[in-house]
Design a protein around this ligand. Structure first.
Ligand SMILES: [Zn+2]
Length: 191
């Protein structure tokens, strides 16, 4: 079960890694935006722009009935409307942190005199996402490599104990020794 979950996570992060690389490449000329409403009816957004991804959390009222319905949009990196809106989110005193491409800002958004909302915006640089999504899948790959190496070496897959002289169970950890197609207990290491 744990192995299945870690495999699923590594598959997911591989997909996210490929998506990050794609949007990173696209961000040279494009800004890709996705917005949706939470079940509570508030607008949230995601934008892949030059340098990184923006996560936008807000209390702007949307429609509860259309929760999780994702709306995608695309514009160019020099779109003044997007630049103005983004810069207004980070304008002082909203910005609280800015370092190495990471940025955090939050405050009040006055959309109309009657519509005032709170927001938080977080910028994550592409290089950071590539590291995170690139490292996560390595665990299962390393485990699979270790299992393969142990099986080939005549070692217990579970604990690495030498089981070439054993049958049925590993004398060290008690793991059942699997049989292989050629009917040997475990393949003996080639000299
Ligand atoms: Zn063992």
């Amino acid at each position: 079960m744990a192995r299945r979950i870690s495999l699923l996570l590594s598959l997911l992060s591989t997909v996210l890694l490929l998506a990050t690389l794609t949007f990173w490449y696209r961000s040279r000329h494009h800004v890709d935006i996705a917005t949706f409403c939470t079940p509570a009816g508030y607008y949230q957004g995601l934008a892949a722009q030059h340098g990184g991804v923006l996560l936008f959390f807000s209390t702007i009222p949307g429609g509860k009935e259309s929760a999780w319905e994702i709306h995608g949009a695309s514009t160019t990196t020099d779109d003044p409307q997007f630049i103005d809106f983004r810069d207004s989110l980070f304008a002082p005193p909203a910005e609280r942190f800015s370092h190495l491409g990471f940025r955090l800002a939050g405050g009040i958004l006055t959309l109309t005199p009657l519509l005032i909302s709170r927001y938080t915006v977080l910028a994550l640089p592409y290089w950071f996402l590539v590291i995170v999504f690139g490292i996560l899948p390595l665990g299962p790959f390393r485990a699979a490599w270790q299992r393969r190496k142990r099986r080939r070496g005549g070692l217990c897959i579970a604990c690495g104990y030498d089981i070439r002289a054993s049958t049925e169970k590993c004398p060290e950890c008690g793991a059942v020794i699997p049989f292989y197609a050629d009917n040997t207990v475990t393949p003996v290491a080639k000299a």
